[in-house]
Design a protein around this ligand. Structure first.
Ligand code: SAH
Ligand code: SF4
Ligand code: F3S
Length: 465
């Protein structure tokens, strides 16, 4: 038997890349590859890249600089190290990558991961292989299935891709170019994946997609199913206790999704709903095709369906032409909605996007200052939200042993990490925890009835409920 080959994958960017990294591992497992934590002793290093902002994209080249040294070192020891660039930079830059970094053996776009074994062989023979075919063949149809051991080693919470790509073309964003047009997977395939996950200990699913609530996959009845219907169907799979989905677009929140939040106790009341800006002028320039008021109304519909629902969002500051007045409209929207968390970014001009052509830019100093003001407001909302949990009894799904001996960590409905002292056999269970204190972003508490499953009526208890 040939000895296993070592594979190291480093992922940047979004949850889709985390998921794709697992699929690459699953695709390469039959080729004898096993994962290793260190790039230096790997036979294959894959950088799974993100193109969303300039900083993310440029990181790849500094990493490739370091890998060049590791590859030389391996060669001196008589070992061959292959280097592959995958992900959205691979898709966006293709061949350019090898011009800038000749150390790269393989460039592979997100639609071609099922060809990885073949590309590695071709690179071995011909010195290099590049595949960024677009549009894809049926990518989803070719994805490798994880082995049961792989699923179990990844823990009780899993991502499942239900759609990929985006047709929204926000004027600042590269995703429609790197991930292509929106495609939804058929319900039956998703159900197969989910059953396999549940059979191997997964209790929580996050359905992912660049525009997940644009989901319109074919159902078993031949009809196109919206996301809400898919969620209701997956809630029935034995073993699946919690459902989440990410990332949604405010324009695609339909009644099925609202009904799912009203009717499914397992659908977590925590929704990531990016708005980007609170100024209608900027939202129009961003081609978001919704106003700040449209967004407020969407939030109201969610809240009417489930009163304990909380939100997170993404914001961009310093979009070309953003004035102080526009920025204040964003702060006003944040103040009005009240977020449990948010991600905020300085605008980064991306090659090929319409916004990159706009001449009128915001100065770096102004951007820094706006980002700081926005983050201050979000931080105060987030810490108020977390503090509200102190003294409450909340359901926690326990995931793993914490760093501190004897401690087990899990997550609340709102993804807050919660720590208790308990035995590891609570991992995989949802148990009520009385929250005593807050340490930075982590909640500390005690099991209400140590080791004993709680009464079902407690399951919907949450701060604010
Ligand atoms: N599909 C998701 C996420 C897209 S990328 C959505 O529609 O929300 C995640 C976030 O990165 C975006 O929500 C946006 O806030 C940010 N982003 C995207 N392009 C950017 C750019 N050019 N500059 C700065 N931030 C950007
Ligand atoms: Fe990008 Fe807009 Fe699509 Fe989100 S909705 S991925 S921000 S184009
Ligand atoms: Fe980045 Fe591509 Fe995801 S650009 S955010 S890795 S879809």
């Amino acid at each position: 038997m040939t000895p296993p080959r070592k594979l190291h994958i480093k992922s940047y960017g979004c949850q889709m890349n985390v998921y794709d990294a697992q699929r690459m591992v699953d695709t390469l497992a039959p080729e004898g590859f096993v994962e290793t934590a260190s790039a230096e002793d790997a036979d294959l290093v894959i950088l799974n890249t993100c193109h969303i902002r300039e900083k993310a994209s440029e990181k790849v080249y500094s990493e490739l600089g370091r890998l060049r040294l590791a590859k030389d070192e391996a060669a001196r020891g008589g070992r061959t190290m292959q280097i592959a660039v995958a992900g959205c930079v691979a898709q966006a830059e293709g061949e350019e990558i090898v011009h800038r970094a000749p150390v790269v053996d393989v460039v592979v776009g997100p639609q071609s991961y099922h060809h990885l074994p073949e590309l590695l062989k071709r690179a071995g023979r011909e010195g290099r292989a590049i595949e960024t075919e677009f549009p894809p063949e049926d990518k989803f149809g070719f994805l490798a299935q994880p082995r049961p051991e792989a699923i179990r080693s990844r823990g009780i919470s899993a991502f499942v891709t239900v759609q990929e790509g985006c047709d929204k073309f926000c004027s600042f964003c590269v995703v429609p170019y790197t991930r292509g047009a929106e495609v939804s997977r058929p319900v039956a395939k998703i159900v197969d994946d989910v059953k396999r996950l549940a059979d191997n200990g997964v209790r929580e699913l996050t359905l992912i997609g660049q525009n997940v609530n644009a989901y319109h996959g074919e159902g078993p009845d031949g009809q196109s199913w919206p996301l809400g219907r898919l969620l209701a169907h997956l809630a029935e799979v034995p073993g699946i206790a919690r459902l989440r989905y990410s990332t949604s677009h405010p324009r695609d929140v339909d009644d099925s999704l609202i009904a799912a939040h009203r009717d499914l106790p397992g659908l977590m009341p925590f929704v990531h709903l990016p708005v980007q800006s609170g100024s209608d002028r900027i939202l129009a320039a961003m081609n978001r095709r919704h106003t700040a008021d449209d967004y407020r109304r969407v939030i109201d519909r969610f809240r009417a369906a489930r009163q304990d629902i909380a939100f997170s969002s993404d914001f961009i500051v310093g979009f070309p032409g953003e004035t102080e007045q526009d920025f204040r409209a964003t702060l006003a929207l944040i103040a009005q909605i009240g977020y449990a968390a948010a991600y905020s970014f300085k605008y980064s001009a991306r090659p090929g996007t319409p916004a990159a052509e706009i001449q009128e830019t915001v100065s770096p100093g102004e951007m820094d200052q706006r980002l700081e003001r926005l983050q201050e407001l979000i931080d105060s909302q987030q810490s108020a939200f977390n503090k509200a949990a102190i003294g409450a009894t909340v359901d926690v799904l326990f995931e793993r042993e914490a760093r501190k001996a004897g401690q087990i960590v899990g997550r609340t409905a709102y993804l807050q990490p919660a720590h208790v002292m308990a035995s590891p056999d609570i991992i995989g269970k949802i148990l009520p925890v009385r929250i005593d204190s807050l340490e930075r972003y982590s909640l500390l508490g005690e099991l209400v009835t140590p080791g004993v499953s709680r009464a079902p009526e407690l399951s919907s208890m949450a701060p604010g409920a």
